[in-house]
Design a binder for this molecule. Structure first.
Ligand code: NDP
Length: 453
């Protein structure tokens, strides 16, 4: 058994019932074999065993009172995974599926993603099994206050700086930041994704979606190609999906889909600016379901209970580019095969780990331009890093300046992934290996400098 397979086996033994975490560890470590040969000092210092063990995991009770006066209890958690290169940084996810294994997978991915951005940020992630769907604003507020009532003692602008993720948008960040500010009597950049009026950065809401499209554009450019006149399939209908769709439109492409956990809409005429504004209003203000799209635009079709990838496979829908922007493990083997059969040759992941390992193998075998989440969706945390810089400087940069910095960061991530792939003997288009190696090397070297901690 190879050295890294032994590390994976040990990790699996120590973390039973955490399949997503093991999947993420396996995906990263299996592309690091070449680093073992080149860096015996990493093996000597057990860096691989140390990097899969979080610095600490905090799990806590979150009691709150619902609108009927009943006391509800949820579980909150924060995994501070690795701060070798900067304060812990990573989002908070509020979704009923959240458990410690999912938060650990996200925190582990975040270590390498944050290293790729070139900004000084370590990896962390947190969340709760609380479901904001169907809750009143008052209930969400009381939950957020209770969540922060515990979390505030573990975070800080130089310690750990959470942000949003699934189920945590501007409203939730506002409640949590308000509670933190009031409790500590200080106005510091402890959360990112803040409102514009109280320290947020322009372009932060757009950053993950825009960045995913910028990364795809960089991959396409290596083949003298672009988004112009391309048909695009996007999953999700939340923050990342909406702004990915907006940028696709700006670059001359045509997005034909959105989904939520209830079903999928396909609009073969394309989702133009007016239709996208409708989706933004529907999802962000009215907090409605995506099926309402077809009531407003009857030429579109709604598929109840099916994901975008099920629909694309079962209906044989053709596309050039796919942008998964909903959740982990959405694209299975059969979806990947169908996408490629129907003409898809570029996949850029807005979501974290949306493709199962078998699907990734199929992309690589078929020479699909494939940007894995930790590289392709790093735009969000990059602009979070820029929000931290602005907060420290007590400055607020213009929209154009932040967008330009985002573009440069995505370009650099693309380049460093490609260069690392080449340097370690992989095909230059193997962004999976390239991103894992580039991110890992930076963190591993920093860990080595500290001795055994
Ligand atoms: P949102 O909560 O804004 O949106 C998530 C969307 O995905 C919703 O439309 C949701 O539908 C849908 N969705 C969630 N779970 C499922 C499911 N099981 N099946 C089908 N649809 C589903 O989250 P974000 O847009 O912020 O996050 C999307 C992805 O992007 C996540 O993987 C996240 O980790 C990743 N990401 C986000 C970043 C950010 O800055 N926000 C940064 C980097 C990565 P419904 O409304 O029904 O739940």
């Amino acid at each position: 058994m190879s050295y890294l397979k032994e590390v994976i086996a040990r990790t699996e033994e120590k973390n039973p019932s955490q399949p997503e975490f093991i999947q993420a560890v396996e995906e990263v470590l299996m592309s690091l074999e070449a680093t073992v040969d080149k860096h015996p000092e990493f093996v000597a210092a057990s860096i691989y065993d140390r990097i899969v063990e979080p610095d600490r995991q905090i799990i806590f009770r979150v009691p709150w009172v619902d609108d009927s006066g009943k006391v509800q209890v949820n579980r909150g958690m924060r995994v501070q995974f690795n701060n070798a290169i900067g304060p812990y940084k990573g989002g908070l996810r509020f979704h009923p599926s959240v458990n410690i294994g999912i938060i650990k997978f996200l925190g582990f991915e975040q270590i390498f993603k944050n290293a790729l951005t070139t900004l000084p940020m370590g990896g962390g992630k947190g969340g709760s099994d609380f479901d904001p769907k169907g809750k009143s604003d008052g209930e969400v507020m009381r939950f957020c206050y209770s969540f922060m009532h515990e979390l505030f003692r573990h975070v800080g602008p130089d310690t750990d700086v959470p942000a949003g993720d699934i189920g945590v948008g501007g409203r939730e960040i506002g409640y949590m930041y308000g509670f933190y500010k009031k409790t500590l009597n200080e106005h510091t950049g402890v959360l990112t994704g803040k409102g514009r009026e109280y320290g947020g950065s322009l372009i932060r809401p757009e950053a993950t979606g825009y960045g995913t499209v910028y990364f795809a554009a960089e991959m396409l450019a290596t083949r003298n190609d672009s988004f112009e006149n391309k048909t695009v399939i996007i999953s999700g209908a939340g923050n990342v999906a909406q702004f990915a769709s907006e940028k696709v439109l700006e670059l001359g492409g045509k997005n034909i889909s959105f989904c939520d956990s209830s079903g999928t809409i396909i609009d073969m005429e394309g989702i133009d600016k007016e239709k996208l504004n409708f989706v933004m209003e529907l999802k962000n203000i009215r907090r409605g379901r995506i099926k309402e799209y077809v009531e407003k635009y009857p030429n579109a079709v709604y598929y109840d209970g099916k994901s975008v990838w099920d629909v694309a496979r079962d209906e044989g829908i053709k596309c050039d580019i796919a942008l998964p922007c909903a959740t982990q493990n959405e694209i299975h083997e059969s979806h990947a095969e169908a996408l490629i059969k129907n003409g898809c040759y570029c996949i850029s992941e807005g979501a974290n780990m949306p493709s199962l390992p078998k699907a990734v193998d199929i992309y690589l075998e078929n020479k699909v331009l494939y940007g894995p989440g930790k590289a392709a969706n790093a735009g969000g945390v990059s602009v979070s890093g820029l929000e931290m810089s602005q907060n420290s400087l007590k400055l607020s940069w213009e929209r154009e300046e932040v967008d330009n910095r985002l573009k440069v960061i995505m370009k650099n991530i693309h380049e460093s992934s490609r260069n690392a792939a080449i340097a370690y003997g992989f095909d230059e288009e193997n962004y999976v290996a390239g991103a894992n190696i580039a991110g890992f090397l930076k963190v591993a070297k920093a860990m080595l400098s500290y001795g055994v901690l």
